[in-house]
Ligand binder design. Sequence first.
Ligand SMILES: [Zn+2]
Length: 329
Amino acid sequence: MTKQTKKRLPSLPSLLDRKIYKTGQTRGADDDEIFQNRVSRNGTVLIPYSVVKQVFASLPKGESFEKGYIVLISPKQYFENKNIAIELKQLDLSLGVNLLIFYEVREDWNLYSPDTKGLSPATSRTQPLGGEFVARIPATTSTGNGQKISLGFHTTKPKGAGIRFYEYATEKMTTDCRIQLETLFWLCYDSKNVSLANGMTEENSNLRRESILGIATANGLLDYKKLISSRIIDREHKTICPLCLEKLSSTGFFNKMEQAEGREVSDLTITQLNLFHINELRLGELNHTTYNLGWGHHHCNVVVKDAGIIPTLEWMDKVVRKNKESGYL
Ligand SMILES: [Zn+2]
């Protein structure tokens, strides 16, 4: 979407606008973690050394991460592997440039102390990284010297070194996803009334809907067949929850309930809608892509979690059958 088009469009109600905007940011990382929370999805990508080949292979040919990447290697992998120099060379990795030693367990910290190895903590997310290691070791009470160790990158927000590689999306993909996700709001059966109830005029509501659907069509983001087969909309072209397949009421976009990340309660009465990933995550695959994102009930999303929709349905089927067989249902 060009800036000019955007300017001419009437704005969305702010809660909805915010909800769609936030889909372009990373989520769910705690303050102490190595990952950055609520930053743009095209940020520096952190890749565990063990999956670096798969991750590189998952990138479209000729593409690289827009803001670079940092590979994280454990002290053990780095100091105990006799072939490490050759391996790193083959992967074009070098310490302090695009590779960091990542201390996350106390045992490693004691065994391969950065002091004795002459390593300093990294400070930059772009090359050169300003150091060779990063440490995030939780506090423990079981040993005498068990305080938290957090070294490398900023001590103030955002503290992390980068984002999870599967959260990564190019700037264009992020924009395309936002357009598709707004389209899905407009495809909710009650979106018109709900937009009016949340402050849009009828004229603005119609104009915004038509424009967004037009932009989506022009950019290949409104392939109804594909949306239906991805269980994002139903045959009447109405937005549905990918798990329970119920038509979604767009009032769920305006629920103000905000809870701490990762501490959501599972309450059946909560109708809030969440961003829903259609295909579960696979190693070395990017997750934030068009036709892989829908909106769904908060509760349904919690049930599916990382398991994926089909494995969840199979499990539910087993549970229901067993309960019927045993006479409980
Ligand atoms: Zn549902």
